[in-house]
Ligand binder design. Structure first.
Ligand SMILES: Cc1ncc(COP(=O)(O)O)c(C=O)c1O
Length: 413
């Protein structure tokens, strides 16, 4: 295996040919490393462009396989980067884009991480994976583990969106609903892994979910080059990311470093923005207070289920990325983020998840405060489909038409 693993905090090396969770020394996340120097001559943007692989596995040299045909794949990645039309509240942004992750299998960016993690777990002979989930990770874990012929045990808060619970059940996972938050679910998973021998697939406790998610960063560099009509890879000025556990943000930050070491981009970086819900914003609070770690956010509550993460094991990695990039952290109320979903639908034709609604509202706030300039190239991450959150909207009271009545259209103005 052309990958090595070491702790993101203390640097201790861990064997990659064995199942790993957190660092055995300091209990922080392990990060994967590749011999990027050796890859420079044969892994180039042109090589990637010429490939016929239509998934994130076209970047397989920086993913945990020695041969791309070993990947457990459902066609994840290669999502569109949509240029935003300058309409209504979007008028003021000259270069606004949406990276629309709702196109992934199971409808969210979680597919990328699960594809990588399940691929590695399968290679190491795992028969049952287990994880806590706010919803979308559960759906993705269900279908990737099925694809790999594994069993899957899921622990979700009992107020998880019904669509996520149903898709996991239909996919044959063992689903447990817990009267608590994702952090409470995580504790049960840990106990269950000890008792039943499951492999813990929790985000950032398992070292390869982040590797799958980092491909968002690789893709973005190609997308931005295409949008600019050039072959030279480039990154935007600002990236807004809806942050729960933070794996996507940390993954992209890692991808940019790797791309620089590969000689694909220079030292320039986007300013990274963590977006959280007002009533669950541990990273925003810690960042504003200048702390390196974010303590448990008490009484966390938000309709944006993916943002309901009151404590994150990768907190220091997120805060590090914010500081290094000159970024910031913004919180958005539930009311505002639901308005964001409506505005994206009405003006851009995108049915975003509430997490995506939140990043759009955060972008507006930052434009209003002058932190974002109108001409800057700004990318919003819509991390999942609004279809999973239909329960948050009301479609009752619509006019009912009797097609047998020839006058039935008369009442329509
Ligand atoms: C739709 C959606 N957006 C964002 C997140 C947060 O992702 P991350 O763990 O990368 O911060 C989640 C996590 O559940 C999610 O489901």
């Amino acid at each position: 295996m052309h990958v090595s693993l070491s702790c993101g905090m203390c640097g201790t090396e861990h064997a990659v040919d064995q199942l790993q969770n957190l660092c055995t020394q300091c209990h922080k996340p392990l990060l994967a490393h590749y011999d990027l120097e050796a890859l420079r001559s044969r892994f180039t943007p042109d090589v990637v462009r010429a490939r016929t692989i239509r998934s994130m596995w076209r970047f397989w040299e920086v993913l945990p396989v020695d041969d791309p045909s070993d990947a457990v794949s459902l066609g994840e990645g290669m999502t569109p980067l949509l240029g935003c039309h300058r309409r209504g509240p979007f008028e003021a942004f000259e270069n606004l884009f949406i990276k629309d992750e709702s196109f992934n299998p199971t409808g969210s960016f979680k597919a990328r991480g699960m594809s990588a993690a399940v691929t590695r777990a399968k290679a190491l002979g795992v028969s049952t994976v287990a994880l806590p989930s706010a919803g979308n990770a559960a759906g993705a874990a269900t279908y990737y583990s099925r694809r790999a012929g594994m069993k899957c045990s899921l622990f979700m808060p009992d107020d998880t969106p019904p669509a996520n619970i149903i898709e996991s059940k239909v996919g044959g996972a063992d689903v447990y609903l817990v009267n608590g938050l994702i952090s409470d679910c995580g504790k049960l998973v840990k106990q269950g892994c000890g008792r039943f021998g499951w492999f813990d697939l929790s985000t950032l406790k398992e070292p390869f979910r982040i590797e799958g998610k980092k491909t968002m960063g690789y893709e973005l560099a190609f997308d931005m080059a295409d949008a600019a009509g050039t072959s030279q890879l480039q990154l935007p000025d600002v990236i807004l990311y809806p942050t729960g556990g933070g794996t996507g943000l940390i993954g992209m930050w890692k991808a940019f470093d790797e791309m620089e070491q590969l000689g694909w981009i220079g030292p320039e970086r986007p300013r990274m923005v963590v977006v959280q819900a007002e009533n669950c914003s541990p990273i925003v609070k810690a960042f504003e207070a200048g702390e390196e770690h974010a303590p448990l956010f008490e009484n966390a509550a938000t309709v944006a289920a993916g943002l309901r993460v009151p404590i994150a094991v990768g907190d220091f990695l997120m805060i590090r990325a914010l500081k290094e990039s000159g970024g910031t952290a913004v919180s958005v109320s539930d009311e505002a983020l639901m308005d964001g979903v409506r505005e994206l639908a009405e003006h851009q034709g995108v049915y975003a998840c509430p997490e995506g609604g939140a990043v759009w509202i955060a972008a507006r706030k930052l434009l209003d405060s002058g932190w974002i300039k109108p001409e800057e190239r700004v990318v919003l991450f819509n991390t999942g489909t609004g279809l999973k959150y239909n329960h948050l909207f009301d479609a009752s009271g619509l006019p009912a038409l009797d097609h047998t009545d020839p006058a039935c259209l008369d009442s329509i103005a």
